[in-house]
Design a protein around this ligand. Structure first.
Ligand code: GAP
Length: 512
């Protein structure tokens, strides 16, 4: 299966097993908006808990808040979102479809890269062991031709991006002969900027109503509460404020399932520090956040840093943690050294002094900030896309299994009476009652035990506990482990500890 096909299978699986549904599906859906089902919400909550506890419990100097989605509209002027949170858009006059001009160019560049890679793979097949990729890329005429084309377009694109030159974006699209995938024509409008914030109005009468925005990031809720938290929590620099919450962006190219949505959730932490120490803290948070990711157990090779060459005017360092999604390495989390730009702007726009008196320095300053910002939904996608596997079994059958890291799995244990009679359901219910306070468990008595195992594999349940006739006599049950499918007899009284060892989130936190 190609990665693209695999991705389609994942989307279908998420729907079939209650992880993720298209929003408003009975009305044919709402583009780039998704609902979490009974499994998805558990997975999402576990991810959030892992992040929240790693931030607020493991760091005595980080506290959490929960600020509102609606905020004073001036906040978005101060933050620069009203003037600069834009995407460059272009319309095809024939299909009437709208695209992001930068994405059209990036897709074009990606296609050239793909062509070069195909040439390299051909070479690898042809020359076998003797193949030297570096030499091949430096000498093969087809690769060199594509590379020259790539460099030319890439350079023009970067220059246009730096200069915010929308006319040049259009010219690149026309010169490269990029056509609309729907109409197949090159009949484009000019490129213009489009603000990504959703607007609504607040107030009961049309005259008295004011325009407000749905927040496009949770970070500003932290900045505007800096003084409140610092004072009431008697926080000393360095300290952090963490928040999990919804954010909204009117994404034009909203695709790749829950990777880019119009309503999504962020987990952000702003770390307030003394000016001049920001690069040290930036390095520390880079390491710390990568450790948090790798600790989940999805393979260190599936993550990488992408340091930004082009920095926003207020940042003096920025990197992305990228994950290997089915469509390639893509941003999962951003870490930014944002200087004192945000607090400085709120100071200017609100007229309130936003400073910290540093007793060690004997002076007051506006703190600098290092931010870590991760999308909850992208984490869900990372976990699901990494975990879904189709396995060939020794008996020739295949099984679909979601090998979700056990502490994040939606259901930790399924309790299954072998048959629906002879007192087995009653004993199974007692097992459920003993476990349900510690773990999210599922009770299932319908269908053969094999079918029930398959259903639990498909939602990623680490343990299946089968209650059989023998259990009535010896108080033991069969515990089947999801990944190895190994089975062992375990006294009911020992179940709690056995499951806890594998699924307790604290075990992950202890390794950080
Ligand atoms: N406060 C900084 C900030 O919002 P960002 O890079 O725009 O930075 C941070 O967003 C993270 O939020 C991204 O790394 C990504 O995981 C997530 N994110 C951003 N836009 C998203 C979208 N449309 N859908 C899903 N997740 C998104």
């Amino acid at each position: 299966m190609t990665q693209e096909e695999l991705f389609k299978v994942l989307v279908a699986h998420c729907k079939e097993y209650g992880f993720i549904f298209p929003s408003s599906e009975i009305y044919d859906g709402l583009a780039a908006v998704y609902d979490y089902g009974q499994m998805g919400v558990e997975l999402k909550n576990n991810i959030k808990q892992y992040w929240w506890n790693a931030m607020t419990r493991l760091n005595e100097n980080i506290v959490g808040i929960d600020s509102c989605i609606f905020m004073h509209p001036r906040i978005w002027e101060a933050s620069g979102h009203v003037s600069a949170f834009n995407d460059p858009l272009i319309d095809n006059k024939d299909s009437k479809k709208r695209y992001r001009a930068d994405v059209l160019i990036e897709d074009y560049l990606a296609k050239i890269e793909e062509k070069m890679n195909k040439e390299v793979e051909k070479g690898r097949k042809k020359f076998g062991e003797a193949f030297n990729e570096e030499q091949f890329r430096a000498t093969n005429p087809n690769v060199l031709r594509e590379k020259a084309r790539y460099d030319e377009v890439h350079n023009r694109y970067k220059k246009a991006e730096d200069a915010n030159d929308l006319a040049e974006y259009k010219q690149i699209i026309v010169d490269c002969g990029i056509v609309c995938p729907i109409s197949g024509t090159c009949n484009w409008t000019d490129v213009r900027q489009f603000n990504l914030m959703f607007q609504t109005s607040m107030g009961s009468t049309a005259e008295g109503a004011s325009t407000i925005y749905l927040r496009p990031e949770t970070a500003q809720g932290i900045f505007v509460n800096y003084l409140n938290v610092q004072k009431t929590g008697r926080m000393k620099i360095p300290f952090g404020i963490a928040q999990i919450g919804k954010a909204f962006r009117n994404e034009i190219v909203a695709r790749q399932f829950i990777f880019r949505m119009r309503e999504f959730e962020q987990m952000e932490m702003q770390f307030f520090i003394k000016p001049g120490t920001e690069l040290e803290w930036f390095k520390k948070w880079k390491e710390q956040r990568m450790k948090w990711h790798v600790n989940i157990g999805m393979g260190a090779e599936n993550y990488r840093f992408h340091d930004h060459e082009k920095l926003a005017h207020y940042a003096n360092a920025a990197t992305d943690i990228e994950f290997q999604f089915p469509f390639g390495f893509k941003e999962l989390e951003g870490i930014h050294s944002r200087t004192n730009w945000d607090l400085g702007r709120h100071q200017q726009y609100s007229g309130r002094k936003i400073e910290y008196f540093d007793p060690e320095e004997g002076a007051a300053y506006t703190p600098y900030v290092v931010e870590t910002s991760i999308g909850v939904d992208r984490m869900v996608l990372a976990v699901l896309s990494h975990s879904l596997k189709e396995e060939k079994l020794e008996n020739g059958e295949t099984r679909v299994v979601m090998s979700i890291p056990a502490p994040l799995a939606p259901v930790k244990a399924a309790v299954l009476p072998l048959v629906k009679k002879d007192g087995l359901p009653e004993l199974a219910q007692k097992v459920m009652d003993a476990l349900k306070y510690d773990f999210n468990c599922q009770y299932e008595e319908k269908d053969s035990i094999g079918k029930r195992y398959r259903r639990q594999d498909a939602i990623g349940t680490p343990f299946c506990i089968t209650v059989d006739h023998q259990s009535l006599e010896d108080g033991c049950v069969t515990v089947r482990e999801r990944d190895t499918m190994s089975q062992e007899r375990v006294p009911i009284t020992e179940l709690r500890d056995l499951i806890d060892k594998r699924v307790n989130l604290n075990n992950l936190l202890r390794n950080l």
